[in-house]
Each structure stands twice: as C-alpha cells, then as structure tokens.
Ligand binder design. Structure first.
Ligand code: HEM
Length: 112
C-alpha cells in the first residue's frame, strides 16, 4: 500500500489528486490514516474480512473529476506495484479485483 502511494504522489498524472487531499508528506497522520483505511479496504475486498464498510466511490465525489487517463494510470501503477510485492498468483488476484473495482467506480460515478 505504502509503496503504491509513494509512486502515486510522485506521478505527474496522479500526484495532484492525492497531494490536494492529503498533502505531499506520506509520513503525516492524514496519510497514515489513509493507508490504514486502504489496507482495511483491500483486506475486505480480497479476503472478505469485516474491515471496511465505507462508500469508496462516494469518498471521491468531493474531489476534482478524475480523468479517464488518470484511471488508466491508477491501474497501471497499482498493477506494477502488486507485481513487485506479491507472488505472481497473488498479484493476479489483486489486479483482477482492481480492474473490477475501477469499473464499478467509473460506472457508478456517472450516475452520481
Ligand atoms: C485515478 C484514480 C483515483 C484517484 C486519483 C484516487 C484518489 C483518492 C484520494 C485523494 C482519496 C482520499 C480522499 C480523502 O480522504 O480526502 C481516496 C480515497 C479512497 N480511494 Fe481512491 N482514487 C482513485 C481510484 C480509486 C479506486 C479505483 C479505488 C478502488 C479500487 C479507490 C479506493 C479508495 C478508497 C477505499 C478510499 C477511502 C474511502 C473512504 O474514505 O472510505 N480509489 N482516493
């Protein structure tokens, strides 16, 4: 998770969205809370644990509209990170789920 956000902050496409909401210092409390929340989110989505009950699409509504090219870059960086961190079998599960959730995000955002 931390590795993904370290890359995202530095990324010219994704960086501004994150630094606008959470600042550019990944050791700040806002970032620590965000990374913990996202770890719980993925625990829920991959292992079915009772760790996340938020509305993840709704949480992005207050942010500037996310461009299609940013979504593509998000998935690219996420996939690249899972390949670095996990074994191929586990990385495959994360990448598949990330693609599905991103699709879910894009479809429901249109309805908001
Ligand atoms: C280009 C794409 C994306 C950008 C730039 C982005 C950016 C952000 C930012 C800045 C926040 C923090 C909002 C805040 O607390 O102030 C956030 C929250 C979150 N994002 Fe994303 N996001 C993207 C895509 C996604 C996708 C595809 C997923 C799911 C797979 C996701 C899952 C989450 C979750 C779970 C939260 C926390 C929601 C909560 O507060 O309960 N994001 N995102």
């Amino acid at each position: 998770m931390t590795s993904f956000y370290e890359k995202s902050i530095k990324d010219t496409e994704l960086g501004p969205y994150f630094t606008h909401e959470l600042g550019d210092d990944i050791t700040d409390q806002d970032w620590i809370d965000h990374i913990e929340l996202l770890a719980d989110f993925w625990l829920a989505k991959i292992l079915g644990e009772d760790t996340y009950y938020g509305n993840f699409v709704g949480a992005h509504v207050k942010m500037p509209r996310i461009k299609e090219s940013s979504f593509i870059q998000w998935l690219h960086l996420f996939s690249e990170t899972t390949d670095e961190v996990y074994t191929p079998d586990v990385a495959k599960i994360f990448k598949k789920r990330a693609g599905q959730l991103m699709q879910e995000f894009k479809t429901s955002k249109k309805k908001i």
